[in-house]
Design a protein around this ligand. Sequence first.
Ligand code: ADP
Ligand code: MG
Length: 481
Amino acid sequence: MESSLRDKYEVVIGLEVHAQLKTKSKIFAPDGTEFGKDPNSETSPITLGMPGVLPVLNKEVVNMGILTGLALNCEIPERCKFDRKQYFYPDLPKGYQISQYDEPICVNGYIDIKGKRIGITRAHLEEDAGKLVHAGADGIAGSSYSLVDLNRAGTPLLEIVSEPDMRSSDEARAYMEELRNIVRYIGVCDGNLEEGSMRCDANISIMPKGSKVFGTRAEIKNVNSFSALQRAIEYEIDRQIEIVEEGGEVVQETRLWDDNSRETKSMRGKEDAHDYRYFPEPDLMPLMISREWVQEIKDKMPELPEAKRQRYMGLGLSEYDASVIVEQMGLALFFDEVLKLGATPKIAVNFIMGEIAAYLKEDHIEITETKLTPENLVELISLIEKNTISNNIGKQIIVDMMKTGEKASEIVEKRGLSQISDESAIKEICQKVADANPEQVAKYKSGKVQLLGFFVGQVMKETKGRANPKAVNDLMKEILG
Ligand code: ADP
Ligand code: MG
């Protein structure tokens, strides 16, 4: 779309994010929540919606709800309650979902994204539905029917609803990424969009620039990655502008994002709240949350991503480096261990963001899946700082350390890699290189001083990179005169 058309409109975005809480059992039933079990093996009469069964609230779900609310700067009201949301779908055997309607567990929060505050209206607890496996999928090729797997039914969800405060797909992505970071660091959710442990519905509308009245929103479902979220929003903005430019009206509806064809498609008209016939869940008492309970959880709050970034920047890391490390929780926790052991931050960061990150990326693994320990990285760094080995040698052996778990000192010893700093030894090798290359020496002496690099390179080759580079430079110059 022409940017001039885009410039006429302001975009308004609000996100509803479902985070699957990592409890061992379900929100109202004792069945397990582990992913990938045999279909319908993690079910109980409660999950199956049998008549006469009663839900029992899992306390750990509430703990995680409070923890997340606090991390999102929410108020935790003294009282919340559960409600029934009625709708029919084959993956919902009860015919209703237990959710929270007018008294959610968390209200009035916010997170700050690069200096901009995004409001969080509420976060409420609810149960997930089961899953339909459609014809041809999951190995039932050629089938003309759908199967239902209720293992996921009753898995606890926290739905986090933002205010319509975002104004671009970049902002929406940044908000979503920070939310993912937060739930991962506080340990309540895997935050995996591809696997669906974190899911996002994007509400998008447009209005003429300068207007105070929001346009009609479309709700986009089925965005399974950060980049898909951005693409879906961009597509939707163009679609809505086109409609309005042609004199039409955007209708309130739910649309599905198709990441292959890269477009949204209408799925259904959007229900209004009254269509769901919400009423208070009669089988569960309202939940009273004492201030002591909230305080107890507050006391256990781990360091949040933003605080971590600030701390890293305080150690001299650039904002970019700090963000990149925080984005990868495994690396950040590893880095913290290394810092605790007293390593110089800058050298540690260079290894972590350089060779280590590259190796992890190539093999698609986490640092915990390698054999490198924080202690061993710290030892490697100390060898460099003591000039026992050069930085280059350090870079050469770090991958082996990740693969074998060997200590740097062992590898250095075994392969004879320690740095040669002894002047007379280096001088001897420099002389040898000069003697072997009389023509180059002559050229150097006649003014081609850039040949120094050639001689230094030869010495490094001769010493397999072990010679102290500064000493080689100085001594070579001296010999060449
Ligand atoms: P529902 O469940 O019906 O979708 P919610 O209140 O749970 O309603 O969520 C509405 C979401 O839509 C919120 O994230 C809110 O910020 C966002 N929203 C509301 N109005 C608009 C609008 N005009 N444009 C974009 N987003 C909006
Ligand atoms: Mg919605």
